[in-house]
Design a protein around this ligand. Structure first.
Ligand code: SF4
Length: 235
């Protein structure tokens, strides 16, 4: 088992250089009805179902460094070319590289809605990180919660179970900071009782959160092997 905060600090050393961070791809994606997407490198979790596993497992061997100006330019150009009104960072975990992310948000046009997809670990740990996202009215944060309980989280990610609470704390910090957000939950390994229990916990944070987005898992042979190794079965 590992501490995701310690892994975040180690990963940051590999994927952040000054205000630059590593990315491995810039693309137009079909999600959200069409969205300009920059795929970053480096994460603080090791989810068994991760579709970008090679970047998570080997951040030093993947991608190139880009500054916030370059990323803003690339995202804006993709959005204009495809007439998209949304942009996002995806791939691995965008919140690693805080100053890069905030600088990028400062440079994006306000008529582009920016969807920050995060596992919530760092936003749950650092209240002031959520506060730093407050000034951006075009920002919406999607917190992807791995499993419905501490034990499920640990089985899915291989991380210490208590870090599950940081994902819920992220939503609390974002609410306090006045940042629009919603939870998405990986429920593929959870029974109804476990899902109901998480719904209650989320409802206590905000009534809207109990009606969460269920996150889809995409399988391939490598992912199936990792699920087997962790004793995970789809419900
Ligand atoms: S949080 Fe996302 S990028 Fe990180 S390991 Fe899990 S699925 Fe992969």
């Amino acid at each position: 088992m590992y501490d995701p905060l310690a892994l975040a600090a180690e990963t940051e050393k590999l994927v952040v250089r000054g205000d630059e961070r590593k990315y491995y791809r810039f693309r137009a994606a079909r999600f959200y009805g069409g969205i300009a997407t920059a795929d970053c490198v480096g994460c603080c979790l090791k989810c068994a179902f991760c579709w970008a596993w090679n970047k998570v497992a080997n951040p030093s061997g993947a991608g190139n460094f880009y500054g916030p100006n370059q990323v803003a330019h690339k995202i804006t150009a993709i959005a204009k070319k495809h007439n998209f009104h949304r942009a996002r960072l995806s791939g691995n975990e965008p919140t690693i590289a805080r100053s890069h992310l905030v600088s990028l948000l400062e440079r994006l046009p306000r008529d582009i809605t920016f969807i920050l997809e995060t596992n919530g670990i760092l936003l749950g740990h650092e209240r002031d990180y959520a506060q730093a996202l407050g000034p951006f009215p075009n920002l919406h944060v999607r917190v992807s919660i791995k499993g419905c309980s501490e034990d499920e989280f640990s089985q899915i990610t291989g991380a210490e179970p208590q870090a599950f609470g940081l994902q819920l704390k992220a939503l609390e910090h974002l609410l306090e900071a006045g940042v629009r957000s919603h939870p998405a939950v990986v429920v593929s390994f959870s029974d109804n009782r476990s899902v109901d229990s998480l719904k209650e916990r989320l409802h206590r944070l905000h009534p809207d959160f109990s009606d969460f987005e269920a996150e889809e898992i995409f399988l391939n042979p490598a992912i199936e092997k990792r699920l087997d190794r962790r004793g995970l079965q789809l419900t």
